[in-house]
Design a protein around this ligand. Structure first.
Ligand code: AKG
Ligand code: FE2
Length: 533
């Protein structure tokens, strides 16, 4: 999947560079052919004009009789056989096909484009970025000098419409119109490049989008504009009575309950998560007053000389950074080891796992036993947490691309089966390394705790998912915020409950009550469309 990872985009760039050279070669051939055909055409026109005078006189001349026959046997044949039958287009297509087939290269699909579009909308929503600004290449007040063209705005709008992101679809389509008008002004000739769109196309899409957004009057207005430009437009004519009836109905309706089914449904939890990611929700200084940064050795002899740099983010449940916890060399080794295995992440248990929009990232697993270089990392994980890795899982490596995110979830299994996780008990703690610099976005967010941990290259965060009593800690709901710029690489380790009895002694007292109030919050929430207004 292209939209889930930046790595695969490098392959695409390479492919496009080659495709451009093929297209250039094709053009050169076409121009040569066009020259030859032109010359031949001139010749033919000349000789046939000569014959236009007196037909009988002309062809009584045996030389002329010979010439016309010769033209059919030689000249036309040559033209058709050698010049026109030489098909540069076919050759170009064959070259391109061979290039793509090499190494089983997969071209991006409609699904990839849809994913990339959704990623952009997700960024806009989470970080409250206006469409005008994004279209002008302004993201979080940085100018990225990647202005969108009218066509690009149009196709993004169309994709967002298919994805049910109607509000953003409408905004991008309006940008497309503005840009198209500008582009027309800049050049006097109507633009003719392949894929250029027209105002009629935009208006078709815009009116239907407005209609499903519940704005029938606007839908009607844009539809009229469409018909003014293209009076016989089939869609325009068919939709006119539908839009105008609906607009009339709304005028007289007391309430307007018949909302469209095409809204993208967003839950209250989604909204809460967004607000945590964009910093609208934060802990107060008072709540944070007891948090400390300190060196810790956890009674590990080596760590007396090289202590961990611990930064507390939350005390109960415990969440902390351990800075400078992984070496550059190790990061390199991890990335090398996973390069070929990074797959689109699955969500859910093994049997029922499906690709899902909840999580847009790619991941791979590294077995400690198979990779000796992981020994040091394993030791560090044990020393920092004081937990055993006997019941731990393989190390997971994940990568998020354009707008990639991981919606709010729990790491533990809520209805643990005895044989689940190989009978090792629930996921007691999570340790997560950030292994690259994320330019912007991509924090790990805990919405119930109003807390984010921005990714810091080389740092690890550790938190407990279970209470000391091993009851589920419902305050630990968390996820990965959308990556705004760059890509995000993490690797994480899940510790399990089995074998930790003496390492993290459980309280006799049950302490699960501390988080019980979060348990059913948002569980069966009514799907909310608040976000769309
Ligand atoms: O990407 C993140 O920051 C969170 C990842 C996560 O929660 C997980 O892999 O379970
Ligand atoms: Fe998680």
């Amino acid at each position: 999947d292209y939209y889930t990872s930046i790595v695969s985009l490098f392959d695409l760039l390479e492919l496009e560079t080659k495709a451009i050279t093929y297209l250039e070669a094709y053009m050169e051939k076409m121009e040569a052919i066009s020259r030859q055909v032109n010359e031949t055409l001139n010749e033919l026109e000349q000789v046939s004009q000569e014959a236009e005078g007196d037909f009988y006189e002309h062809y009584s001349n045996p030389l002329n009789a010979y010439k016309i026959i010769r033209r059919f046997v030689i000249d036309w044949q040559n033209l058709n056989k050698t010049v026109l039958a030489d098909q540069p287009a076919l050759e170009y297509i064959a070259n391109l096909t061979a290039l793509v087939k090499r190494d089983g290269f997969k071209l991006p699909t409609d699904e990839d484009l849809l994913g990339a579009s959704k990623g952009l909308a997700r960024l806009q929503r989470t970080y409250q970025q206006e469409t005008v600004d994004v279209a002008a290449g302004d993201l979080m007040e940085m100018n990225l000098s990647s202005n969108f063209t009218a066509s690009e705005c149009f196709w993004l709008g169309r994709n967002l419409y298919s994805a049910g992101e109607l509000k953003y679809a409408a905004e991008w389509l309006i940008q497309a119109r503005i840009r198209l008008a500008e582009e027309m002004q800049e050049s006097y000739e109507p633009q003719e490049f392949i894929g250029q769109i027209t105002d009629v196309q935009i208006l078709e899409q815009l009116s239907i989008t407005m209609f499903y957004l519940g704005k029938s009057k606007l839908a009607l207005l844009f539809n009229e504009e469409l018909l003014a430009q293209d009076p016989n437009n089939v869609h325009g004519l068919r939709n006119r009575p539908i839009y105008s009836n609906k607009a009339l109905e709304e005028r007289y309706a007391i309430s307007n309950e018949d909302e469209s089914k095409k809204y993208l449904r967003r839950t209250e939890l989604d909204v809460l998560f967004d607000k945590t990611c964009n910093g609208e929700l934060q802990q107060t200084p008072r709540e944070k007053r007891r948090l400390r940064c300190r060196y810790v050795h956890n009674n590990v002899p080596f760590r007396f000389i090289a202590p961990f740099k611990k930064e507390e983010l939350n005390l109960d449940p415990s969440i902390s950074y351990y800075h400078e916890s992984i070496f550059e060399k190790e990061i390199e080794q991890i990335l090398n080891a996973t390069e070929d295995y990074v797959e689109r992440s699955m969500v859910g248990d093994l049997e029922n796992s499906t690709y899902s929009d909840v999580r847009t990232s790619q991941n791979a697993w590294l077995d400690f036993k198979e990779h000796p270089f992981l020994n040091n990392i394993a030791q560090r994980l044990k020393d920092a947490t004081g937990l055993s890795l006997e019941s731990g899982e393989h190390l997971q490596v994940a990568n998020y691309g354009i707008g990639g995110h991981y919606g709010a979830h729990y790491d533990f299994s809520e209805m643990l089966e005895t044989d689940e996780y190989g009978g090792q008990g629930n996921r007691i703690a999570t340790a997560l390394f950030y292994i690259n610099e994320v330019e912007l976005g991509g924090a790990t967010a805990f919405p119930y705790l109003r807390l984010t941990a921005p990714p810091i290259r080389g740092s690890m965060i550790v938190w407990y998912n279970l209470h000391k009593s091993l009851e589920l800690d419902y305050r630990t709901k968390h996820g990965g915020c959308p990556v705004l710029m760059g890509s995000k690489w993490i690797c994480n380790e899940w510790f399990h409950a089995t074998g930790q009895e003496f390492l993290r002694p459980c309280d006799k007292k049950k302490d699960g009550h501390k988080s019980i109030q979060w348990k059913d919050l948002y569980r069966n929430e009514e799907l909310s469309i608040a976000q769309l207004k």
